[in-house]
Design a protein around this ligand. Structure first.
Ligand SMILES: [Mn+2]
Length: 149
């Protein structure tokens, strides 16, 4: 059974109350991995703060495990909001969440191109990675041609 199948089984997929706890989702990831305070970083990232490099490294490692466990073809459920080409425009993305609904209340499919052009690429991708970590079934992040390296 794949990690993602384990995750879906544990979380019962449809149950809104349990799917958002990253601490219980991947049994093969050591529990200590989840000791950091995800919500604290989420609050800071939502304010557009630049997080410490060490924190971003930890977040990258954790979210990498989620991406690795997902299938190459994502099966998504409607209703879902599609977003493309944020391109470092952090304020526009936050306004988009205000209009379209916050995660986890609204499901999102991001179609890539998070970085470049705008001035807040790091802030954009940091927030999206933390949201993926915190609410892995509410947000799908595809890779755009600006995320190829
Ligand atoms: Mn683009």
């Amino acid at each position: 059974m794949s990690l993602f199948e384990q995750y879906l089984r544990k979380t019962n997929h449809a149950s809104k109350s349990t799917i958002d706890d990253p601490g219980t989702m991947f049994s093969e990831i050591p529990k200590s991995e989840f000791s950091f305070d995800c919500d604290k970083y989420l609050d800071r990232a939502r304010k557009g703060e630049k997080l410490e490099e060490s924190a971003i490294k930890v977040i990258c490692e954790k979210v990498k495990a989620i991406f690795a466990a997902e299938k190459n073809v994502c099966v998504l459920r409607s209703p879902i909001t599609l977003v493309g080409d944020i391109h470092g425009q952090f304020e526009d993305m936050m306004q988009m969440f205000q209009v379209g609904g916050e995660i986890p209340d609204t499901n999102y499919l991001f179609m890539g191109d998070y970085v470049d052009r705008g001035s807040k690429s790091v802030e954009v991708i940091t927030l999206l990675m933390i949201l993926k970590l915190r609410f892995p079934l509410r947000i799908c992040l595809l890779r755009g041609n600006h995320e190829t390296r």
